[in-house]
Design a binder for this molecule. Structure first.
Ligand code: PLP
Length: 401
């Protein structure tokens, strides 16, 4: 029996692409949206848009209530203790930059910031630039052959000079869960601040912030079947108090005169200016949708599809997986074929996959690769998508070899 997704019909974008002859296998870059989210987005505008947290009038009050309801839903999704621990940013990338500026005065020249070799640029460049500004040492934790952060080497490299550890929960290139628990324990033993990049991990399964015990966890809405332009920064209550304000403007201020100002505490103190009101409200609808699904069934569906994806790739001559992915995606190269040429021929056949460095150039350099093709799955993909992928791959490889 071919694998079908019972949720496919909930995603008009997937159906529209299908009607155009396209299949979408680039979900780790961004996911399609459920109808309920589109309804919420349109509903906010169609029923009268208003700014949040400032107006007394009915539309303003309605928008503020819906906006704050999403904050509560995000807190529940992540099992934060309170919704005050959730700062809503304009994307995951903005949240990393918020931390790199907000924590800046916690560091002295010579302090170390540890990241891993597999980080997305969003969890590399803000720390790299902070290190350059403050004279810090950026320590890069190496990987083992499967694509997991090497714990033995991490134990050597995380030491008394480590002031911050920032690592990914699930690699966007290698598709492997990282040993967060052990890494966080190593960092905590040194009193280091801990940051987890949950941009990919949050999409697969539910993650309990109180159990995870990191200081900060970052993810973005658009990969979680929500709108783009919204990111989430979860902070442990004590960690939140260490953050310095970083963007200045309307609504984040408690009191201002021409010469000085006092700022609000989190979360509003870190949400300067008009926030992405419609997007935040629509993210709430996506979470409602995801919360209504049988999570175990989604995981099972994705796992079954992933197994077929890996088997199909393994069956093809010259196709080499990059790492040993555990979930939702597979990056690969083909001996003697440039990834951009292959991606081009797949695109011509209506197959949307990602090619290139996947915003992880240093990882690609370490792996000795110019780039790779990445196929990433969403809950609406089914076996017919994989059949199209493999047929397209065979045809492209026949032309290229
Ligand atoms: N971290 C990882 C692992 C990612 O895959 C991405 C996006 O691809 C990001 C961070 C950055 O997320 P955004 O582009 O939504 O800011």
């Amino acid at each position: 029996m071919p694998i079908h997704s019972p949720w496919r019909a909930d995603f008009p974008g997937i159906l529209a692409l299908e009607a155009e002859g396209q299949i979408y296998l680039d979900n780790a870059a961004t996911a399609q949206k459920p109808q309920i989210m589109l309804d919420a987005l349109l509903g906010y505008y169609a029923s009268g848009a208003a700014n949040v947290h400032r107006a007394q009038h009915l539309p303003g009050e309605r928008a503020t209530r819906a906006f704050e309801a999403t904050r509560v839903k995000v807190a529940q999704w992540l099992n934060a203790e309170t919704s005050e621990q959730i700062v809503l940013t304009r994307g995951a990338t903005e949240a990393f930059n918020l931390l790199a500026y907000g924590l800046e005065d916690r560091f002295q020249p010579g302090d170390e910031v540890a990241i891993s070799a597999l980080e997305h640029h969003a969890n590399l460049l803000p720390w790299q630039q902070l290190a350059l500004r403050r004279g810090l040492e950026l320590v890069v934790l190496p990987l083992d052959a499967a694509g997991t952060i090497d714990l033995q080497q991490a134990a050597q490299l995380i030491g008394p000079r480590t002031k911050l550890l920032a690592v990914s929960q699930l690699s966007n290139v290698l598709g492997r869960w990282q040993p967060l628990e052990q890494l966080l324990r190593l960092a905590a033993a040194q009193g280091a601040i801990t940051v987890v990049d949950g941009a990919q991990g949050v999409v697969h399964g539910r993650h309990d912030m109180q159990a995870l015990a990191c200081d900060f966890y970052i993810c973005s809405s658009h990969k979680l079947y929500g709108p783009d332009g919204v990111g989430v920064l979860y902070s442990r209550a004590e960690a939140l108090r260490q953050l310095r304000h970083w963007q200045f403007g309307g609504e984040m201020v408690a009191q201002a005169d021409y010469r000085s100002a006092q700022f609000r505490p989190a979360p509003l103190g870190f949400e300067a200016g008009t926030p992405p009101v419609s997007g935040v409200i629509a993210l709430g609808a996506s979470l409602d949708y995801l919360g209504s699904l049988d999570g175990a069934a989604v995981t099972e569906h994705e796992a079954a599809l992933h197994a077929k994806l890996l088997a199909g790739l393994a069956a093809r001559d010259g196709v080499r997986l990059v790492g040993t992915p555990e979930v939702a995606l597979a990056s690969f190269v083909v001996d003697g074929v440039h990834n951009a040429d292959l991606a081009h021929l797949l695109t011509e056949q209506g197959i949307a996959v990602r090619a290139g460095h996947h915003c992880a150039m240093p990882l690609m350099q370490r792996l000795g690769l110019a780039g790779a093709i990445r196929v990433s799955l969403g809950l609406y993909n089914d076996e017919s998508d994989l059949q199209r992928l493999f047929a397209g791959l065979d045809k492209a490889l026949e032309l290229l070899r």
